[in-house]
Design a protein around this ligand. Structure first.
Ligand SMILES: Nc1ncnc2c1ncn2[C@@H]1O[C@H](COP(=O)(O)OP(=O)(O)OP(=O)(O)O)[C@@H](O)[C@H]1O
Length: 238
């Protein structure tokens, strides 16, 4: 497989990996983001917290190039994501970004190993190579002996660890995780977070983590808080 990433392996640590400046985004009459700015650095684990409806998911979608902001910029390395043509944007999302949502969004008809192999197949790997690497990643996430189960046959925590393996298997520079433990009990949530943080640190992957759980946010290097669509300094309550 070729790595078409435009981001250097030995980054200048003073330049953010991903930076959003002055983002605004409305969904019809609702202003989801209103002047939101945030930076994610190479290898950093950043928690984005805030009340329900404060704009966390919309911010993640803009940063991940899933949604284009109405105003402001999203810069990845030196690439303006918000201006990138759709074809290049989807290529870049495939090579450089991984995503995990609250409900893992695994393909229900595929086994765990085939779910994890899928991004590798899309990137041009052979079926044998993709399944072998998927198996290794499932092992790293402690999903042993369950490779041939379908998502409906697993616990929520196991399915979420399969989702993490799928998000990380291609070696992304950034993983976007939107409430990855939101549907799990606290023990399964801790297992998912330890697996994510351990693997991200090992591979130098940056993580943008959305959560409203303080225990989950505590896994991050840094936390920013959203209020009414903008980032507010932590500790400001008025
Ligand atoms: N597709 C959409 N259509 C209409 N309104 C939307 C859409 N997506 C988000 N919104 C609205 O935009 C605002 C911000 O939503 P967003 O999901 O970004 O917030 P959030 O902080 O992630 O919320 P939660 O913690 O509840 O998931 C909310 O008022 C929400 O109802």
């Amino acid at each position: 497989m070729t790595d078409s990433s435009e981001i250097p392996e030995s980054p200048d640590s003073t330049v953010p990996l991903l930076a959003a400046r002055g983002l605004a985004k409305a969904h019809g009459p609702t202003r989801a983001l209103h002047g939101a700015s945030v930076e994610l650095h190479h290898g950093e684990i950043l928690a984005v917290t805030g009340a329900s409806g404060s704009g966390k998911s919309t911010l993640l979608h803009c940063l991940a190039g899933i949604v284009r902001p109405d105003e402001g910029s999203v810069v990845y390395g030196d690439v303006r994501l918000d201006r990138l043509p759709e074809k290049r944007l989807s290529e870049l999302r495939r090579t450089d970004f991984g995503v995990v949502f609250q409900f893992g969004q695994l393909i229900p008809e595929l086994t765990a190993v085939d779910n994890v192999a899928l991004p590798l197949l899309l990137a041009g790997a052979s079926r044998g190579e993709a399944r072998a690497r998927a198996g290794e990643w499932l092992e790293r996430f402690g999903v042993l002996g369950q490779e041939e189960l379908r998502p409906g046959e697993m616990s929520g925590g196991q399915a979420q660890r399969v989702s993490l393996a799928r998000a990380l298997v291609t070696g992304p520079k950034v993983v976007f995780a939107d409430e990855p433990t939101g549907a799990l009990d606290s023990l399964a949530g801790e297992q998912v977070m330890s697996a994510l943080v351990h693997t991200a640190r090992e591979s130098g992957t940056a993580v943008l983590l959305i959560t409203h759980d303080a225990q989950v946010a505590a896994y991050a290097d840094r936390e920013v808080q959203l209020r009414d669509g903008a980032v507010v300094p932590l500790g400001v309550t008025a």
